[in-house]
Design a binder for this molecule. Structure first.
Ligand code: NAD
Length: 423
């Protein structure tokens, strides 16, 4: 996807979210009179982030922090560094966090942040200065009891360490619980970096059982080979599936007999991309969606499954590793074609679940083993996906609508019980 088409597509991310809400409305009974609260963010902050570059010049970057809902607890959501970040996108991503936290039943609201920047064009020192100034600019609205950022596209554990340090310097005391996804030495949780990909795998295998799809015989295609996509690909391959297609920003790989995911991870670690790993197996980007495979995992950016792709894709199961990869109209087509889709708000919730564990561990200053974390996460994810499957069966609706019903009921009941300040 070139950058222009990405901009064009992601401008509708918020509209896409609103369309998803519209689909849930008929199922909400008397709670519908509360639904408007989810149609606007509670708070949206736009900040200017001036950064002194290595050559001594000052560059200005636009940054955002949006708190979509704080009804069920502090805001929770990542920080994205990408050249196409804008308010519309951050609003949509924050709203999906609200739905996600409620669908999984974590005691959080939804938030998201971002800076419009190409992080790969910055030196390490420039990235640190950008992160510290951005954190200082949003300092007043974040905090362990207010809003807890985490990594997203273009950010990582090091960025979280800088955010935590900057917030702590301003507070005059070390506040580890202000962000999650930190390095383990700084109060990060074991298992966090692999949690989202692991959650995609867990929800995928649970739903595969329900639709009688044998994972060990399945062919899998993954778009995005970053934090989420590479771990999901690895776990499916380990379970016996054949990962035959992988696409990242640089190239699309197709190997009929299955790609060696461990080897590709090593290559990606060194080169930062998959291009060049096996040049003879590279195909054109649009061909990715034409591959026939039982499972497709979008794990890159939003709005990639368009109406056209939904009409043609040859698959049985789509696992939304990324946030908002499917357009609302495409959803309807997939449902008509009886292609099962596990929605982002459940499918990729493994990350926020372990983020929740990290926050709990930080607040208690008591840390769990990786086994404990994985077991707790597996339990929460399996419980959540089963509840959504049962709701979908009871209401005869898609898994996305079912997840939204479950989430909206929890949020709107809480909203109603809290009442409207000042009363
Ligand atoms: P990442 O930055 O680690 O990886 C992103 C991947 O997408 C990279 O492989 C990149 O090359 C690829 N990509 C970028 N542009 C592309 C394009 N135009 N076409 C094909 N591939 C492209 O990011 P991540 O952490 O893996 O996140 C991926 C998605 O998952 C995002 O939507 C993010 O919001 C979502 N998500 C991430 C987490 C998490 O814990 N990291 C949790 C929940 C949801």
């Amino acid at each position: 996807m070139n950058q222009l088409s990405y901009v064009h597509q992601h401008q509708s991310a918020w509209n896409n979210y609103l369309s998803q809400l519209d689909r849930v409305a008929p199922y909400l009974g008397e709670l519908i009179d509360q639904l408007d609260t989810l149609k606007r963010p509670k708070r949206a902050l736009i900040v200017n982030v001036p950064v002194e570059m290595d050559d001594g010049t000052i560059q200005h970057f636009e940054g955002f922090r949006v708190q979509h809902s704080l009804t069920r607890g502090p805001g929770k959501g990542g920080v994205r560094y990408h050249p196409c970040v804008d308010l519309n996108e951050v609003m949509a991503l924050s709203a999906w966090m609200t739905i996600k936290c409620a669908a999984i039943d974590l005691p959080f609201g939804g938030a998201k942040g971002g800076v419009r920047v190409d992080p790969s064009a910055l030196s390490e020192r420039e990235l640190e200065r950008l992160t510290r100034r951005y954190t200082a600019e949003i300092n007043n609205v974040i905090g362990p009891q207010k809003d807890i950022p985490a990594p997203d596209v273009g950010t990582n554990a090091q960025v979280m360490a800088w955010m935590m340090d900057t917030y702590s310097m301003n507070a005059g005391t070390t506040v580890t619980g202000v962000v999650t996804g930190k390095p383990v030495h700084l109060g990060g949780s074991l298992g966090r970096s692999k949690a989202t990909g692991r959650g995609v795998f867990i929800t995928g295998t649970e739903i595969a059982k329900k639709i009688q799809l044998d994972i060990t015989q399945a062919k899998v295609c993954v778009q995005g080979f970053g934090n989420v996509g590479s771990e999901a690909a690895f776990l499916f391959a380990q379970a016996g599936a054949k990962v035959i297609g992988i696409q990242d920003h640089s190239a699309t790989l197709y190997q009929e007999n299955g790609i060696d995911i461990g080897a590709l991870q090593q290559y990606q670690l060194i080169h930062g991309k998959i291009q060049g790993y096996s040049t003879s197996d590279e195909i054109e980007a649009p061909q990715f969606w034409q591959i026939s495979a039982e499972i497709f995992i979008p794990a890159a950016l939003e709005n990639v499954i368009t109406v056209d792709i939904a009409e043609k894709i040859q698959t049985q199961l789509i696992l939304e590793g990324s946030n908002g990869p499917t357009l609302a109209e495409a959803d309807d087509i997939l449902a008509k074609r009886q292609i099962t889709l596990v929605p982002d708000v459940i499918c990729n919730a493994g990350g926020v679940t372990v983020s929740y564990f990290e926050w709990v561990q930080d607040l208690a200053s008591f840390f769990w083993s990786e086994d404990e974390i994985n077991q707790r996460m597996d339990r929460i994810m399996r419980h959540a996906i089963t509840a959504v499957w049962e709701k979908a069966t009871a209401k005869n609706c898609s898994l996305r609508t079912a997840a939204y019903i479950v989430a909206c009921e929890r949020i709107l009941i809480a909203r109603k019980e809290r009442g409207t300040y000042p009363g």
